[in-house]
Design a protein around this ligand. Structure first.
Ligand code: DGJ
Length: 752
């Protein structure tokens, strides 16, 4: 069979009734071209590098130029890969919309576009070219009784995001199985990078080839997951932090969800994502609608560039946190369940003396919760351990000038609790007789039952109304197995997730300024939707600085440093048993929202002095850390990692060099401080806080920098040709501060 030409009067090419709309959105070096040819469902004709001004002709050329040739043994028209891919457009891969009526019909939609608006105004013309903007497409398959609203937004950061809302416009119910949105990626994107992980070892990167088939990351945990795909990237082979074009997606949802990378046998590739719905979970009655989560899509040259779009977007929100993120002491690894007023006020005194600004009381203050087998879900202060209530501790903490924070786990219960005994029907299960397996001795409380949600809300609100509490640590310590409404058996993860967001919002609305930390067995609830309702994530229960080097590095692929809880713990890690110097613990925690999680009564005077130095250093640099651009150097397989933050105006920077292992080579690659202004001059100063790293052998430039007040060097040397690296023992590190020299009037005149 030979490829054939389609006669132009072939019915599939005959003009369709719908209007043609073509849009070019461009922001921050990214272009997105959206194509609605003759009323078809919207497709992305280009997503990637900026195209410059196109004009109507250019826009047509992009869309028409993206139409494929028809290969052998395929449908007789070019296959169109829509944002919601459909069989009716010739796509043989995973469909975007799956569902059916009870008689089995309605499963193969033919959505067409009925109208388009751009930033709220109806689009009358065929072409539009604009900066960051929101396009809304109203789609329908009238015969199947389905209407779908698709929102596509290019944000000023160059981040693209899309979400869809499906409405059942027919009389009979529609069982929705899946609504997945996709973005196309070119064939050059041959390598995939996403994440795996487990408790205390979250976000471990994994790479694979992008081959024919589906790389499907399904999550049925009812929470984002320690092993979440996090950001699923496709890029040029060997993509690194600073090199290689990369396209990535993130499904912003804290319940069940999926990410996928799919290639069909034509070679066409998409990335996509959406919520994962359990069987029967979403039965849309007539007129009912389902709103899917945001799918974020990021593009750039290297992983730093794609991460920076997420960071800039998060930082641009009006509700984003202040850069003066308070140094936080969390008592968990200091006292665990041993709540004792004298011990905790003493800990507060020691913390305040170091410059700590927030004191957080963790698990164990309520009900019968003396260990993790009992009392969870009873959000009433325990008379047994707090006979005078929390007032004496909170007054003490606040009297020391610190804010007070409190731990909750609102979606959970121990079976041995007042609430579980009074309302067994509130426990998530598939029937009254079938209790799910316990995990950490606990079950899930069904917040989609209004009375259950009201109960939790009222108990939490009573605590917040009674005490001066500025911060909640919101924990969630188990996966949701067989998570249904117990009396009906119907899956309820979707409703549970939305009810959780709503509860967070309600508490915040009632207590303006209240911050919430998203914690889930450490870092198992880190996603962009939870961050619309919270203000910080706990990266991991593992505070071992060596493991944190990896976890913080990759958590920051999605979120900026100010949202990552990053603590200094005791010398011997409670999770790994490894011992580290305070210098390495401090340096590793510095690039994040700093906290302490250590029984300070056990620390020596010298350790406390050094801890105070780290806190001071953090306070001096937090403005830079939380406004600057993250830079992670590509250093091959070298265990000498280098990363830092460069101020947006490039006037200053702070870099860390950390040895995460021993090298099989005796010399290291030069240090390159990327992100600096190559034309400026910078003074570089190595900063050695606390104990000097062992095994430190200095190259000559560094020796000179130590003898003088740093070394003044051209930005091009620092960023491009580089400086010889030191030798240093593993699990040690150093910092470098870089400040741009003001341009003297003589130099400015010479420039002119
Ligand atoms: C798990 C969290 O990740 C810890 O930080 C701590 O809050 C415990 N739960 C308390 O039970």
């Amino acid at each position: 069979m030979s490829p054939h030409r389609i006669p132009t009067d072939h019915p599939v090419l005959a003009p369709r009734p719908g209007a043609t709309h073509r849009l070019h959105l461009t922001a921050s070096d990214v272009s997105v071209v959206l194509d609605v040819t003759e009323g078809r469902a919207p497709a992305i004709a280009h997503w990637g590098a900026a195209l410059g001004e196109l004009g109507a002709d250019g826009l047509d050329a992009v869309c028409d130029g993206a139409v494929d040739v028809v290969p052998q043994n395929a449908v007789d028209v070019p296959v169109r890969i829509g944002i919601i891919p459909q069989q009716s457009d010739g796509w043989i891969g995973r469909p975007g919309l799956s569902g059916s009526r009870s008689d089995g019909s309605g499963w193969a939609p033919r959505l067409v576009t009925e109208s388009v608006t751009l930033d709220g105004a109806p689009m009358a013309a065929a072409h539009a070219e604009t900066g960051a903007a929101t396009a809304r497409f109203a789609l329908a398959d009238a015969a199947l009784g389905l209407a779908l609203g698709l929102e596509v937004e290019l944000l000023p950061s160059g981040l693209l995001r899309m979400r869809a809302t499906l409405t059942n416009t027919a009389e009979s119910p529609y069982a929705l199985a899946e609504l997945t949105l996709t973005v196309p990626v070119p064939a050059e994107a041959e390598e995939l990078l996403d994440f795996a992980g487990r408790w205390a070892k979250e976000r471990t990167p994994q790479r694979s080839a992008f081959t024919v088939g589906t790389h499907l990351r399904e999550n049925r945990r009812g929470r984002t997951g320690a092993d979440a795909a996090h950001v699923l990237h496709a890029g040029r082979p060997g993509l690194g932090f600073r090199r290689g074009e990369v396209w990535g997606v993130h499904t912003a949802f804290s319940g069940n969800h999926r990410h996928l990378a799919e290639q069909i046998n034509t070679g066409r590739r998409v990335l996509g994502g959406g919520e994962l719905l359990l069987p029967g979970e979403l039965q849309l009655a007539s007129g009912e609608e389902y709103a899917g989560p945001w799918l974020y899509a990021t593009y750039g040259e290297g992983l730093d560039a794609v991460a920076s779009r997420f960071h800039r977007h998060l930082r641009s929100r009006s509700r984003h946190v202040d850069t003066r993120r308070p140094v936080t002491l969390n008592v968990w690894e200091a006292v665990y369940f041993d709540h004792d007023l004298t011990r905790l006020t003493d800990l507060a005194d020691r913390a305040a003396a170091l410059g700590v600004e927030r004191f957080v009381l963790d698990d164990g203050w309520f009900g019968s919760r003396r260990d993790d087998t009992s009392g969870l879900g009873d959000w009433v202060v325990s008379d047994e351990v707090w006979p005078e209530g929390l007032g004496p501790l909170i007054d003490h903490v606040r009297g020391l000038g610190m804010e007070f924070g409190l731990w909750f786990e609102p979606e959970m219960v121990n079976e041995d609790s007042e609430v579980a005994r009074a309302h067994p029907e509130w426990i998530m299960a598939t029937s009254p007789e079938r209790m799910p397996l316990e995990s950490r001795h606990q079950q899930v409380l069904n917040l989609s039952i209004p009375s259950a949600q009201a109960h939790v809300r009222d108990q939490m609100m009573a605590i917040l109304d009674r005490y001066e509490i500025g911060y909640l640590k919101w924990d969630h310590n188990r996966d949701l197995l067989e998570a249904a409404t117990r009396e009906t058996g119907r899956a309820a993860v979707h409703e549970q997730t939305l009810a959780t967001y709503a509860l967070m919002d309600e508490l915040k609305a009632a207590h303006p300024g209240l911050e919430i930390e998203s914690c889930s067995s450490g870092g198992a609830r880190v996603d962009l939707e939870v961050l619309e309702h919270t203000d910080r994530v706990w990266v991991s229960d593992c505070i071992d600085p060596l493991d944190r080097q990896q976890m913080n590095r990759w958590t920051s692929q999605l979120i900026p440093l100010e949202l990552m809880g990053s603590h200094i713990a005791s010398g011997r890690s409670h999770t790994t048993g490894r011992l580290h110097t305070l210098a390495f613990r401090g340096l590793s925690a510095l690039f994040g929202h700093l906290g302490i999680e250590w029984d300070l009564a056990q620390a020596t005077a010298a350790e406390l002095d050094e801890l105070r130095e780290w806190i001071t250093l953090y306070k001096e640099h937090r403005e830079l850390l939380f406004t600057g651009d993250l830079v992670r150097a590509d250093r091959g397989s070298s265990p000498l990692w280098m990363y830092g933050v460069v101020a947006p105006d490039q006037a200053e920077a702070l870099f860390a060099l950390t040895a995460v292992g021993r090298s099989s080579e005796s010399q290291h690659e030069r240090l390159r401080f990327s992100g600096l202004d190559a034309r400026a001059r910078y003074r570089i100063r190595p900063l050695l806080t606390g104990e000097r790293p062992t095994g430190l052998a200095l190259p000559p430039w560094w020796q000179r920098a130590e003898e003088e007040d740093g070394l003044l060097l051209p930005g091009a040397v620092l960023s491009t040709s580089g400086l010889a690296a030191p030798l240093i023992d593993p699990e040690q590190g150093v910092l470098f501060s870089l400040t741009r020299e003001p341009v003297t009037s003589d130099a400015a005149a010479a420039d002119r």
